[in-house]
Design a protein around this ligand. Structure first.
Ligand code: PHE
Length: 343
């Protein structure tokens, strides 16, 4: 048989071949395409034919081979559904391992605070991390010479429009202003977010940290409403029912206060985290200064309200006994895996 005859015969065999089962398909594959199959043989002999014949038959052989491969693929796909009965599924095989992620301690605390305030009608608001001077300072009643605007505290960034420099927001209070500018009372929002201060990094403080801001504006909102709301929060978040409000100062609230919760002084740990006082400093708060309402477009004769802002890192450190704030930003997987799974 000439080389040409062999090819033509192979071609015909392959084109007319049929398979009724997976088994037939596999037999066909082994016979023609297997490592000792007819194509292998043909290619071996092909090496020895004249270059004239090589030119003549090379293309045909490849085409026939491709036809054979296509047929096998088609058979395997179409015949598989018929023969794929449940007896072929090994139900005793172990399942695929799931590798659930864990939630970051800050996320856990943040979500918990949001949930506590959501239950009493607060919704979540957000604002940009790069702020203009107006939303971070001026609208909040910071006079131009206020020390908080100093280079020491604030990261300035270039203003792409060439005006006065922008800032990385130093607190989430900037979101208060944005919400008041855009919404009409009643306003009840909670604003979680990252804030930035140009401070030395140590075990207790970082230049990047997180706050949650709260704002409640409506007709006739009083200091008593604020105290009641913060008491509710202390009960839900710490499981403690005694709070106190110490006079304090913020440019944007009047009067201003620091809210402490009575933690207790039973264990050595209580001593440590309350610095021996039994009281835990929780947040800054106060009645929104009428000048702030006014500069944000809200009529201070008609509306009043309160605001508060708390840091999240300290609560996370207390809750999870994290000794160093930097651990929360190093992304060491061994640290991160210890917290509640996200599933
Ligand atoms: N923005 C203040 C801070 O950074 C906290 C605060 C918020 C105080 C709202 C009063 C009212 O510390």
């Amino acid at each position: 048989m000439t080389f040409e005859d062999r090819i033509l015969r192979l071609k015909e065999e392959i084109e007319t071949a049929k398979a009724k089962s997976q088994h037939d398909a596999e037999e066909f594959r082994i016979k023609y395409l297997g490592s000792k199959g007819l194509f292998k043989e043909l290619f071996n002999d092909f090496k020895r034919v004249s270059s004239e014949e090589k030119r003549q038959f090379g293309k045909v052989i490849n085409e026939v081979k491709q036809t054979a491969e296509r047929k096998v693929e088609e058979w395997k796909a179409s015949l598989s559904s018929e023969s794929n009965t449940s007896s072929e599924l090994d139900l005793t095989r172990p399942g695929m391992a799931q590798a659930p992620g864990a939630q970051h301690p800050i996320t856990i605390i943040k979500d918990e605070v949001i949930e506590i305030f959501r239950a009493i009608g607060f919704s979540v608001a957000e604002g940009p991390e790069i702020e203009d001077d107006w939303h971070n300072f001026s609208a909040l009643n910071f006079p131009p010479e206020h020390p908080a605007r100093d280079m020491q505290d604030t990261f300035f960034v270039e203003n792409p429009d060439g005006g006065e420099p922008h800032v990385l927001r130093t607190h989430t209070s900037s979101v208060q202003v944005r919400v008041m500018e855009n919404e009409k009372p009643p306003i009840r929002i909670i604003a979680p977010g990252r804030v930035f201060r140009n401070e030395d990094i140590s075990a207790r403080s970082h230049c990047i940290f997180h706050q949650i801001e709260g704002l409640y504006i409506d007709e006739g909102v009083t200091f008593a409403d604020m105290k009641q709301t913060l008491e509710y929060f202390a009960k839900e978040f710490f499981g403690k029912s005694k709070i106190r409000l110490r006079p304090s100062y913020f440019p944007f609230t009047e009067p201003s206060a620091e809210m402490d919760v009575y933690w207790g002084l039973e264990t050595e740990l209580d001593y440590r985290i309350t610095k021996g006082t039994g009281w835990l400093e929780v947040m800054g708060c106060g009645m929104v200064d009428p000048a702030v309402l006014k500069s944000s477009g809200i009529d201070p004769d008609k509306y009043s309200g309160f605001a508060f802002g708390m840091g999240l890192e300290r609560s996370a450190m207390q809750r999870f006994h994290i000794p160093d704030i930097r651990m929360m930003f190093e992304n060491d997987i061994r640290f991160l895996q210890q917290f509640r799974s996200a599933l």
